[in-house]
Design a protein around this ligand. Structure first.
Ligand SMILES: [Zn+2]
Ligand SMILES: [Zn+2]
Length: 145
């Protein structure tokens, strides 16, 4: 059995069928608005490896940028995941929604340029103004704005 998670109200539950990878902070404006927080932490799994085990019919989707959408609990609003067009094979889920969110640690920061002035993480992780230079699906292309 893999890692499990769910939303604040308990209506929606999910399970991961493989170990997450590429865990990192995102400080972009969409993450701030989606979460109501200074930043979010995501990690990736292959699309089919995030399984809704309860309340999948309550999951709602919203277009969140020119290149992606986000899924959240339609009952309580908890943000579950982000899907971006340049990584069609994977889904980025919100690490804080895991039942044991401390089990995965972020390894980098992206969209540092949008970080709030009063939010000052003291870690030594790499900080990238926008996407990471080696972002899957964006090699050799102009990243989406
Ligand atoms: Zn909920
Ligand atoms: Zn973001």
């Amino acid at each position: 059995m893999g890692l499990t998670g769910g939303c604040m109200c308990g209506a929606v539950r999910y399970e991961l069928q493989s170990a997450p990878f590429d865990c990192g902070w995102c400080h972009c404006r969409s993450c701030q608005l989606s979460s109501g927080s200074p930043a979010m932490v995501f990690a990736s799994v292959p699309n089919d490896d995030l399984i809704w085990t309860q309340g999948g019919d309550k999951v709602r989707s919203v277009v969140s940028s020119s290149f992606g959408h986000r899924d959240f609990c339609g009952e309580c609003g908890t943000p579950f995941l982000m899907k971006v067009d340049h990584q069609p094979e994977t889904v980025d889920f919100s690490v804080a929604t895991l039942d044991e969110p401390g089990t995965i640690a972020p390894g980098y920061h992206i969209f540092w340029s949008a970080k709030l002035d009063w939010f000052n993480p003291s870690d030594a992780l790499p900080r990238h103004d926008k996407f990471r230079p080696n972002t899957r699906g964006l090699e050799g292309t102009e990243p989406p704005a």
